[in-house]
Design a protein around this ligand. Structure first.
Ligand SMILES: Cc1cc2nc3c(=O)[nH]c(=O)nc-3n(C[C@H](O)[C@H](O)[C@H](O)COP(=O)(O)OP(=O)(O)OC[C@H]3O[C@@H](n4cnc5c(N)ncnc54)[C@H](O)[C@@H]3O)c2cc1C
Length: 337
């Protein structure tokens, strides 16, 4: 594996931010992974880069940046009803979804068109339209950069939560995800109850959709609602939807009757961060080259030439403003580097 110095990361992040990687190495083969230990021992700090669609660079990256490009998608086991699919981390997530759609393997159709790599999918337990990676993930193969050994994490061991996993917490930047294995169904169990998905299928006049039609409906919604990073820099949802207590929701709803709350359990509710941001007056707002998307206020956009620090400061202003108005502190979904 070769190390390149002072590499511009602008083509490697969907915000289009300029930042330099002091040392940059591309992992191209499985054999490269076996030799990583020699490399990582020389550096104090590692950064693991996928498609850069969930990262905001606020500074140059010191230490070693590893860019995993190992590819391959395989059927590892199948019976009449289910199939195990293994995909290497360097594959694009949406290429894996396409592979599944082509083979009629159900389970990931709602996750169609999510940008980024297969390797990053378990990090924040990607999710959309009522489905999360945890619903289909069998296990993750990961390489410990400090212990220099490979470990298999079962679904349970990944400790998946809402946009969260063990890889985002205790193993942050210490484990290189090498491959994931999914358990998919040959007889689809569709998840089409999510409001906007249901409406889109109705609009398309489809009552009993195939998995391909579900993916098509998802693609239409996403294309209409989310800015295309190839045209305008962004990293999708910048913030997570916060969780508040039933009591807190009750108090807030006396002042804001239309506050949208979704029950997680008897005592806790998830609140729409988009609604909070819009109510705080940020929807469509622009400061210099940074803005809050006019269609989906959860998305912060780089209109061109913004720095990572400007975007970070803009996000901080949103957090403070929502906190002041509602007493709720928004948490960033995007990784700040
Ligand atoms: C337009 C748009 C829409 C989006 N929609 C959604 C959505 O619907 N749902 C959703 O969940 N997300 C969404 N996202 C966010 C993003 O696509 C996902 O989080 C995706 O999984 C990030 O993949 P990536 O390869 O770009 O990861 P990166 O941004 O490169 O990295 C993200 C994190 O993963 C780590 N990482 C990356 N690869 C590895 C690896 N091989 N081993 C260990 N750690 C690794 C990085 O260190 C970093 O901490 C969206 C983003 C955009 C731009």
């Amino acid at each position: 594996m070769q190390i390149s110095r002072n590499i511009s990361l602008q083509p490697y992040n969907t915000f289009g931010i300029e930042a330099l990687a002091e040392n940059f190495a591309v992992i191209e083969t499985i054999e490269d992974i076996a030799t990583i230990s020699k490399l990582t021992k020389q550096y104090q700090q590692w950064h693991l880069l996928g498609g850069g669609s969930n990262i905001l660079f606020t500074d140059n990256l010191s230490g070693l940046t590893l860019y995993n490009q190992v590819k391959g998608i395989f059927i590892v086991q199948e019976d009449e009803t289910t199939v195990l699919i293994k995909a290497f981390a360097g594959e694009k997530w949406n290429d894996l979804v396409q592979f599944c759609l082509q083979h009629n393997f159900a389970g990931v159709e709602n996750l169609s068109l999510i940008p980024g790599s297969v390797g990053a999918a378990p990090i924040q337990n990607i999710g959309a339209y009522g489905v999360e990676l945890k619903d289909v993930l069998e296990y993750v193969e990961a390489y410990h950069l400090d212990k220099h050994e490979t470990e298999i994490f079962s679904n349970k061991a990944c400790r998946f939560g809402y946009r969260d996993s063990i890889f985002k917490q205790q193993y942050k930047n210490r484990l290189l995800i090498v491959a994931i294995t999914l358990r998919l169904n040959k007889i689809p169990k569709l998840v089409i109850g999510y409001g906007s998905l249901q409406q889109q299928l109705e609009k398309m006049g489809i009552v009993k959709p195939t998995i391909q039609q579900v993916a098509e409906a998802v693609n239409i919604i996403r294309t209409n609602k989310l800015p295309d990073p190839a045209k305008i820099g962004n990293a999708g949802s910048f913030f997570k939807n916060p969780t508040i207590s039933k009591f807190r929701l009750h108090v807030l709803s006396e002042q804001y009757a239309d506050i949208p709350g979704f029950a997680l359990d008897e005592m806790n509710f998830k609140i729409s961060a988009a609604w909070l941001i819009e109510q705080a007056g940020w929807k469509g707002k622009r400061e210099g080259n940074v803005g809050c998307n006019p269609l989906q206020p959860l998305v912060i956009v780089n209109y061109g030439g913004a720095t990572g620090k400007e975007i970070y400061n803009f996000s901080e202003a949103i957090i403070q403003s929502v906190k002041q108005k509602f007493g709720i502190e928004l948490e960033r979904e995007v990784n700040i580097w």
